[in-house]
Design a binder for this molecule. Structure first.
Ligand code: KIV
Length: 265
């Protein structure tokens, strides 16, 4: 059982392979995911909503991320540990470097994820120049929910689609090791994936991407309220948490998830 690396995942996807990612926020769930064979465990700032009960991800602090990342890192034996940079923790290069150092040193992160397009190109270049692997995040960026006016599919018109393709290319050029696309029309996600050399992880982005991610609480069916359309309750048939995680892994690998009902046009 060797530790997964960002570089290894890039080689894997270049050879046509897929991989799986789920969020986790504590040690015990991280152990279950890791032992079931999840390749990337994401300590997402979604913890603000599913763990802390906030309305948005905006209140999440770097201290919160360090606390949860450190717990998850103890359960992450094989999986790559990806950690989100929370809202306003990467607005300047100086701030991004200082907060990234904390997430890596204190939180045990293996790769950091940050939301943003053209505005983040310089930040990504500065982080990767310091040897910090980065996953860029385009499409729906929940940290910008107030500017976006809600949680909406992004890239539906040709102007925003063209800008997203350009941003993706520029972020890769700046050194990003991966790209995550959230709530993007499946055709646009497929085009971006085809244009990039780095792995593309999708959530609500169709099946023509290199990897899938879901929020753990959504796929276990315990998120309060209406589940997102792009998610699936794997717990319903599996009966237990480990079985649900294994069912998700198998469904991604054999192409059953995401299905047509989970994609956006
Ligand atoms: O914070 C998070 O959990 C995320 C996923 C929605 C991809 O960024």
């Amino acid at each position: 059982m060797s530790k997964i690396t960002a570089r290894g995942l890039r080689e894997h996807t270049r050879a046509g392979g897929r991989f799986t990612c789920l969020t986790a926020y504590d040690y015990s769930f991280a152990r279950v995911l890791d032992e079931a064979g999840i390749d990337v465990i994401l300590v997402g700032d979604s913890l603000g909503m599913v763990v802390q009960g906030c309305e948005t991800t905006l209140p999440v602090t770097v201290d919160d991320m360090v606390y949860h990342a450190r717990a998850v890192s103890r359960g992450c034996r094989r999986a790559l540990l990806m950690v989100d940079m929370p809202f306003m923790s990467h607005a300047t290069v100086e701030q991004a470097l200082a907060n990234a150092a904390r997430l890596m040193k204190e939180g045990g992160a293996n790769i950091l994820k940050l939301e943003g397009g053209a505005d983040q190109v310089g930040i990504v270049a500065a982080l990767t120049a310091q040897g910090i692997p980065v996953c860029a995040h385009l499409g729906l960026q929940p940290q910008s929910v107030h500017k976006l006016g809600g949680y909406r599919v992004q890239g539906r018109d040709s102007d925003t689609a063209t800008r997203m393709i350009q941003d993706a290319t520029d972020l890769q050029q700046a050194g990003a090791d991966m790209l995550l696309l959230e709530c993007v029309p499946a055709r646009l996600a497929a085009e971006i994936t085809a244009r990039l050399d780095i792995p593309v992880i999708g959530i609500g982005a169709g099946d023509q991407v290199d990897a899938q991610v879901l929020v753990l609480h959504d796929m276990l069916g315990i998120t309060p309220g209406k589940p997102p359309r792009f998610s699936h309750n794997f717990m319903r048939d599996a009966g237990d948490i480990r079985g649900a995680v294994e069912a998700y892994i198998n469904a991604v690998h054999d192409g059953r998830f995401p299905g047509p009902e989970h994609r956006f046009e």
